[in-house]
Design a protein around this ligand. Structure first.
Ligand SMILES: Nc1ncnc2c1ncn2[C@@H]1O[C@H](COP(=O)(O)OP(=O)(O)OP(=O)(O)O)[C@@H](O)[C@H]1O
Ligand SMILES: [Mg+2]
Length: 260
């Protein structure tokens, strides 16, 4: 689904990024629309994570411009990005190990017990678990029980929890962009299917999604458009329908390019 890039939820223009003498990104243009899943592909070191970090405000581009919902942003960092509805799924860094799944999901907006206990800041854990179960059900996510501490979860369950947290934050706003860096790298079959369903459902709800992955079946199963980086340059940007496995591999390896 290619649309004019002026309706983009997130648009980057001419983004370059140097790490010392390494040029990680070279004049990259990128956009994603509401309701669209863009798969960002490329070999190791191609610049995918760097581009995602620029999108999330974690790293500042050396040059280029970022616009969120059509407005150019002059100051940008992860907090500003989040305020503008751009959420990055950090693998497990953003989860608090000692807290349970529902507290991690509701962090900062825990429901309090009724008056007067709310004055003491006492959390209504039963209500919080209920809210979380409802949200996870809406997301189609089945993971460990909501009251289980995150430190007791498997790598895959943590990953699903981290994605759910970003999703829950955006569901509250009703729109936004979600950035994922290899969300299924540590997942088994069933949880990869679950994340795949989650991504599609979020896109159908109107969220813009950028998915970095080495998993080509996942890319073909969920994306609307495929963007390929090779050594920091964009070499392809095509609707999924115009790409097939062998062309994508040729773009990734640098054997061919779809962009002059
Ligand atoms: N913090 C950093 N300091 C210096 N160089 C970096 C830094 N982060 C990335 N690079 C370099 O920038 C280039 C792009 O790296 P990046 O992590 O974006 O690649 P990637 O496409 O995400 O690769 P992978 O598939 O292996 O995750 C690489 O040459 C890498 O060595
Ligand atoms: Mg990476």
């Amino acid at each position: 689904m290619t649309q004019p890039s002026n309706g983009a939820a997130l648009r980057l223009s001419g983004i370059s990024k140097h790490y010392g003498y390494i040029k990680a990104l070279d004049a990259v243009d990128f956009h994603v629309h509401p309701g669209e899943v863009v798969a960002l592909l490329g070999d190791n070191g191609a610049g995918k994570s760097t581009l995602l970090k620029v999108m999330s405000g974690a790293h500042e581009a050396s040059s280029g411009e970022i616009a969120v919902n059509g407005k150019t942003v002059h100051r940008y960092d992860p907090r500003i990005a989040s305020e503008l509805g751009v959420e990055m799924v950090y693998q497990d860094l953003a989860l608090v190990d000692t807290l349970d799944i529902s507290t991690n999901l509701q962090l900062g907006k825990e429901p309090l017990l009724p008056f007067p206990l709310n004055l003491l800041g006492l959390v209504d854990f039963r209500k919080m678990h209920q809210i979380t179960e409802t949200q996870l059900e809406r997301l189609g996510v089945r993971t460990a029980p909501a009251e289980r501490p995150v430190e007791m979860l498997s790598g895959g369950q943590r990953q699903v929890t981290a994605i759910s947290r970003a999703a829950v934050r955006l569901f509250e706003r009703g729109k936004g962009t979600i950035l994922m860096d290899e969300p299924t790298a540590a997942l088994g079959y069933e949880q990869t299917q679950m994340v795949q369903g989650l991504i599609r459902r979020m896109a159908e709800d109107g969220f813009a999604i950028v998915l970095v992955t080495h998993n080509l079946p996942l890319c073909f199963a969920v994306s609307d458009r495929i963007v390929v980086l090779n050594r920091g340059r964009k070499v392809a940007d095509v609707p999924r329908g115009e790409a097939d496995h062998s062309r994508v591999v040729a773009w990734i390896t640098g054997a061919e390019r779809a962009i002059a």
